[in-house]
Design a protein around this ligand. Structure first.
Ligand code: 0RA
Length: 637
């Protein structure tokens, strides 16, 4: 091949690559909803984070432009710009246009890979209406611009600058993304998380439309992260315990605290990616925690001969922890590819925690005693519950008791196609029973208040009638170790409550319950919120249902322009105001309804909301409700 032919051949490769990405964007960024849209920003930021991990970047700036674009700027070394001998093109152009080319120019040790991240900046380019990049390097500023991933011209020098860095600005393509509006809050949550995970890295975000801005920089790293997570809980540890070490080229960093709550909040990460399904690093941490606390307690006579050993559940009651490891070649497994598979990591984390934890405990004996006391208390409660045969009897009862009488079950037994509606109140429950398609839709009416599970241990929870019926109807058990997703009796669990304050309270209680005790159900996308209409407009044969305030404003605008008539709307406050046929057609019929799927992108932010709304501390709750009162309907958790 001649030089020119080589250039042409590599261009054809590029076009094929771009075509593949544009044809199946979801394969590269997960989906093309707002979630996928935000992943474009994370993808660009991840590249700057890699540069920070390599030790060359200390600042990342994200700007949401007035035109809907996003700019990400860092002060790293800058993407290389030298001419690639084979392609006769700038390395910059190759990084920006060839799938997975980024890594070829640098042997970075902890590159992000797997999951949705790490697909390469070229994917963002392919999915952008336009994108430009500026690299400051070797005293010059180099620039190239693209349209839907195709370069408009070769890389050009456009100025001189002493400092180094990379600046990428892009506008997502409207042909790919139906909604193109970025959320300052959603972006901020991920950037804050990245700042916690990368100690001392300065990350700023600014929205040029609203003027909102944030600066994230945490000198305490994971310690600050745990303190942030505990802001609505009372800690029994004065400062989080901290362990950081490296073995076999795998750096491990862990911070954790104990609080006076009963829930377990452990977040694990690999290369800054949240491993929702856990994996070997998490197993290593849990194993070491149980073993070391037992050994330490026995050695210091805090556990006497007759005392029962502390179980895993005992040592994790009330814990808040962040486990972060870095790995050069992570293997991600599991349903959502968020489970670390590398088996050697288990032993590495285990041994680092064994050594580090002893050191931390011995540093402060008073605090160590408090922790052991807390674990012993958990063990005693569990033992007492067992002795009273509470747990076991209830558990077998739940399993053999059969289905609750209040449940109107569906006839279909194929659990991949059925739906369970949890309906507020008997009267709406009655309408739902009449209106439903009984082949695949089951109805469970809920009466009265559901227990606030944030403040209850599992034995107390199972004594609660409403909770018991929900657990029995779903049929898959309850709790971190006993819930078995493969046994769920319905594919969709749908919360259907009134659009008023009580309804939103019940919905929050139910969300808290599922979040804390049937977490997999949420993580695997089985939990939904029904969207009943807020208003009905009727004139002659015309009947329109309106599901949010925006739709109402639009209709009023439209109608008042047409005939200057006064628009009369019926407002629905409760589900009970609709008859069975209306309830079916507006809210339950799969052909017509909209369901909100409950997704948790930033689990720690959801935890923060639940601990705030349901926890012991009153002041944060009052403040939150005041600040968010008008958004409650759209609370997206
Ligand atoms: C490849 C090699 C080098 C740096 C980068 C990529 C790099 C990529 C991005 C993307 C956004 N910001 C970035 N900063 C750096 C290292 C080149 C060298 O040895 O100087």
């Amino acid at each position: 091949m001649t030089k020119n032919e080589k250039y042409d051949a590599s261009n054809i490769q590029v076009l094929k690559g771009l075509e593949a990405v544009r044809k199946r964007p979801a394969m590269y960024i997960g989906d093309i909803s707002t979630r996928g849209l935000h992943h474009l920003v994370y993808e660009v930021v991840d590249n700057s984070i890699d540069e920070a991990l390599a030790g060359f970047c200390t600042e990342i700036e994200v700007v949401m432009g007035k035109d809907g674009s996003v700019t990400v700027r860092d002060n790293g070394r800058g993407i290389p710009v030298d001419i690639h001998p084979d392609h006769k093109k700038s390395a910059l152009e190759i990084v920006m246009t060839v799938l997975h080319a980024g890594g070829k120019f640098d042997k970075k040790s902890y590159k992000v890979s797997g999951g949705l991240h790490g697909v390469g900046i070229s994917v963002v380019n392919a999915l952008s209406e336009w994108l430009w990049v500026e690299v400051a390097r070797d005293g010059k500023v180099h620039r190239q611009q693209y349209a839907r991933g195709v370069p408009l011209a070769p890389v050009k020098v456009v100025g001189r600058r002493k400092s180094t860095g990379t600046k990428v600005c892009f506008l997502p393509d409207g042909e790919i993304f139906k909604k193109r509006k970025f959320s300052f809050e959603v972006l901020s949550e991920r950037l804050r998380e990245l700042a916690f995970l990368n100690k001392d890295l300065k990350i700023t975000i600014r929205d040029e439309i609203s003027g909102k801005q944030e600066l994230f920089r945490y000198k305490g790293g994971l310690i600050s992260f745990v303190e942030y997570l505990d802001q609505n809980r009372n800690s029994i540890t004065k400062k989080p315990l901290y362990i950081a070490d490296e073995k076999e080229g795998v750096p491990v960093e862990i911070a954790f605290s104990y609080t006076d709550t009963y829930s377990e909040n452990i977040y694990s990460y690999v290369n800054n990616i949240h491993t929702i399904e856990g994996g070997s690093h998490l197993v290593g941490f849990k194993t070491a925690l149980t073993r070391t606390l037992n050994n330490f307690a026995s050695k210091n006579k805090l556990l006497k001969n007759g005392d029962p050993t502390l179980s895993g559940d005992d040592v994790r009651e009330g814990i808040t922890a962040v486990v972060s490891v870095k790995h050069a070649d992570p293997q991600f497994e599991g349903q959502t590819k968020t489970k670390l598979g590398n088996s050697e990591v288990r032993g590495i984390v285990e041994s680092i925690v064994n050594e580090g934890l002893i050191r931390e405990l011995e540093k402060n004996m008073t605090q160590a005693r408090k922790i052991i006391d807390k674990c012993k208390q958990a063990a005693r409660s569990r033992e007492a519950a067992r002795k009273a045969k509470e747990l076991t009897r209830r558990k077998t009862a739940l399993e053999s008791e059969g289905l609750p009488g209040k449940l109107a079950d569906c006839s279909l037994r194929d659990a991949t196609r059925t739906e369970l509606f949890l309906v507020e109140g008997d009267s709406a429950g009655g309408s739902a029973k009449q209106g439903r398609d009984r082949r695949f839709q089951a109805i469970l009416p809920l009466r009265g208040k559901i227990l606030n599970v944030e403040k209850a241990r599992i034995d107390k929870m199972l004594a609660n009638e409403e909770i018991r019926t929900i657990v029995a109807a779903i049929g898959a058990g309850i709790g971190r170790s006993d819930f078995d997703l493969s046994r769920i009796r319905y594919d969709k669990i749908i919360i259907m409550t009134d659009a008023d304050v009580d309804g939103s309270h019940i919905r929050t209680l139910l969300l808290t319950f599922f979040f804390r005790h049937m977490r997999e159900l949420v993580d695997q996308g089985h939990l939904y919120i029904a969207q009943p209409p807020l208003y009905r407009y009727k004139k002659g044969g015309d009947e329109i249902y309106l599901y949010d305030e925006e739709a109402r404003e639009q209709l009023i605008k439209k109608l008042s322009k047409n005939g200057k008539e006064k628009v009369e709307l019926q407002r629905y406050k409760g589900l009970g105001e609709m008859n069975p046929t209306q309830l079916w057609s507006t809210t339950m019929d799969p052909e017509n309804r909209t369901l909100l799927q409950v997704t948790i992108d930033e689990a720690f932010e959801a935890d923060l909301i639940f601990s705030k709304l349901m926890g012991d501390k009153v002041e944060p709750r009052r403040q939150f409700i005041e600040e968010n009162a008008k958004y409650v309907r759209n609370l997206d958790v």
